[in-house]
Design a protein around this ligand. Structure first.
Ligand code: ATP
Ligand code: MG
Length: 151
């Protein structure tokens, strides 16, 4: 798999959440994440995808791998041109809900992922960028180096 393989999933209805989850799970297992971690990543993807639907109407998800020498990761970007979030800190607190939700989505996704950034502007939209990392051990790195030499 190349470093720049990027997947984009348009999020415009409930039916789009299932393939978004599946793509996230597939990318995570390709990158050697455990089944448990792949499920967690899929859960975080569901939450940001649902937020796009509920709070912004539509948007898109981008998924891509990040491969470094000592670690590799799944990078998820959820982007919309919706109303934006006025108080990001509050939105990240448990129980900060609107539109009939419980307010667990963003804090849950935050907790699952290792890196979590929200870029938002009122009236312009929101981008949530999140990454989950997995360390690459010595043997794996050795194999990767050998693989490159063979190319
Ligand atoms: N993409 C978005 N655009 C605009 N506002 C958002 C977006 N995502 C989250 N928010 C705001 O942040 C708040 C917290 O989001 P969170 O996902 O934690 O809760 P929720 O969606 O209200 O409920 P739940 O996810 O538990 O069903 C939301 O209530 C909403 O006001
Ligand atoms: Mg939510």
């Amino acid at each position: 798999m190349s470093d720049n393989s990027e997947i984009t999933v348009a999020i415009a209805s409930d039916e789009d959440v299932v393939p978004a989850r599946a793509e996230g799970r597939a990318l995570a297992s390709e990158l050697g994440f455990s089944r448990t971690d792949a499920t967690l990543i899929a859960t975080a993807i569901s939450e940001v995808a649902r937020n796009i639907l509920v709070h912004a109407g539509k948007g898109r998800l981008r998924l891509h791998p990040a491969v470094e020498d000592r670690r590799c990761g799944v990078v998820v970007e959820a982007q919309d041109s919706g109303p934006g979030i006025s108080d990001v800190e509050a939105a990240l607190r448990h129980g900060q809900a609107s539109n009939g939700g419980l307010g667990l989505g963003l804090p849950g996704a935050h907790r699952i992922m290792d890196e979590f950034e929200i870029d938002t502007e009122i009236g312009r939209g929101t981008t949530v960028r999140m990454t989950k990392w997995r360390p690459r051990d010595e043997l794996e790195r050795l194999h990767a180096r050998r693989g490159r030499e063979d190319e």
